[in-house]
Design a binder for this molecule. Sequence first.
Ligand code: AMP
Length: 432
Amino acid sequence: MTLLRAVKGMNDVLPDEIGRCQAVERLFAETMARAGFREVRTPTLEPTPLFVRAIGEATDVVEKEMYSFEHHGEPLTLRPEGTAGAARAYLEHAIHAKEPVTRWWYSGPMFRAERPQRGRYRQFFQLGAEVFGDPGPGCDAEVIDLLVGFLDALPVTGAAVLVNSIGGKQARERYRDALVQYLTPRSSTLSPDSQRRLSTNPLRILDSKDDKDRTAVAEAPTIHEFLDADDQAHFAALRAHLDALGTPYAVDPRLVRGLDYYTRTLFEIKGAEDKLGSGSTLVGGGRYDRMVAELGGPDVPAFGFAMGLERLLLASGVDAPGRVVDAVVVPIGAAAQSPALALGRDLRRAGIRCDIDTRGTSLKSQLRRATALGARFALILGESELREGLVQLKDLDAHSQERVTPEVALRSIPDSLRNPAGGATAPAEEAP
Ligand code: AMP
C-alpha cells in the first residue's frame, strides 16, 4: 500500500514545534489585547465572490492561487487571507451600527496555491488585525508601532518598516494611466507576466521580482506625483507620527501590495533576511477604506495587517518551553496502578502538570521517560510505599529523594516549582 502523505506545501506541526507557535501566538494575543483589540474567528470557507470582490479579479491571489470548488452549486473558496472575511463579518453583523471604532485581531490557517519554498506554503497561518471606523493617520502609525514592538519582543532582529501611500481611487487611476503610458513603449523589455499585467493590473509590475521588470520600472514615475492633497496630508501625518514615536521606517515609493483593496497607506515589515532570503516580508498591511462599501456596506474606513506565523518562527529566536510535565507518577506493579491514578489526579488538581506511566514497565524505563518529558519530580509508588501509605518523591534535577506522605508531596512540589533553585524538602512538621 502506498503511504499517504500531506498535501504538497501543507505542513504538519508536531508537538515539539507547537510550543514555539504558542509562544508567538500568546505574545501576539497579549500585545493586541493590551491595545484594546478583541479576537474574532471567521470561517475558513467563504463564498468565492467575497474574495473576487474584495481582493480584486486581476490579482495573483484571485487569478491563480485560490482553492475554489463548487458544493451543491455554491462557489466556495478556502480563504487565502483574513481581511475579506473580517470585513464580511463586520458588515453581516452590522457592527458599524453598534460601535464607532472596531478593533479585531485574528489568527488561523490561510490557503494559497503558490509554489512552495522556504517561508512560502500552501497552507500557512496568519496573525492579523483590522481597525474599522478610524480614517486617520494616527491609527496607521499606532498599529505599525505596535507591530514593531511585537517583533522586538519576539525577538526578530533587523526588522525594517517600509511605508508608502498609493492614494485614493482617483490618484491610483491617474497613476495607472501614467504608468501604462510610460511602460507601453518599453513593453518588449518586460517579462511575459508583466506584459500581460500591463493591460490587467499594471501596478503589479512595480512589485515584480524579475530583473528585466525592475530595470524597466527603475525610472518610471512614482505614485507620489499623482496623490491628491488629502492623500499627501495623510501620508505626511503618518510619517510625522512615526517620527514622533521614534519608530524607524523608510519610504518606498514603489511599494505596492498584491491585493487590490488598499488605499493610501501601505506598509511592509521585512526582517531576518539571512534566514528568510531577501524579498521575503514578515508583515504586510495597509489601509482599505473602500472595501466595506464595495461589499455593499456603508462608507467605513479600515486599516489592517497580516503576518505569517511560519515566517515569524523562521525569523525569530523564540524558545519553546522545555518541560512537558512537572512530575511523573511511577507505579511499580499492578496493585499500584489505581493509587497512582488517584495521586496523579490530586497533583493535577493542585495545578501540577503530571503524566502517569501506566504501561506497567520497570522503574528504570519509567524514570527514563520522566527525564525525556523534562519532569522535575518522579513520585514512585512501590510495594513498600503502598503498604505504608507513603510515596517516594524523587527530585530528578537535584538527584535527591525522600519518602513522604502524598499530602506532603502535594504541598512541597508547587513550592519547589516556584523556586527552581530550592530542593523539594518537605516541611518538618505538618501544618495544623
Ligand atoms: P499578504 O496577505 O499577501 O499581504 O501577506 C501577509 C504576510 O503573510 C506575508 O508577509 C507573509 O508573512 C505571510 N504569507 C503570505 N503568503 C504566504 C505563504 N504562501 N506562505 C507563508 N506565509 C505567507
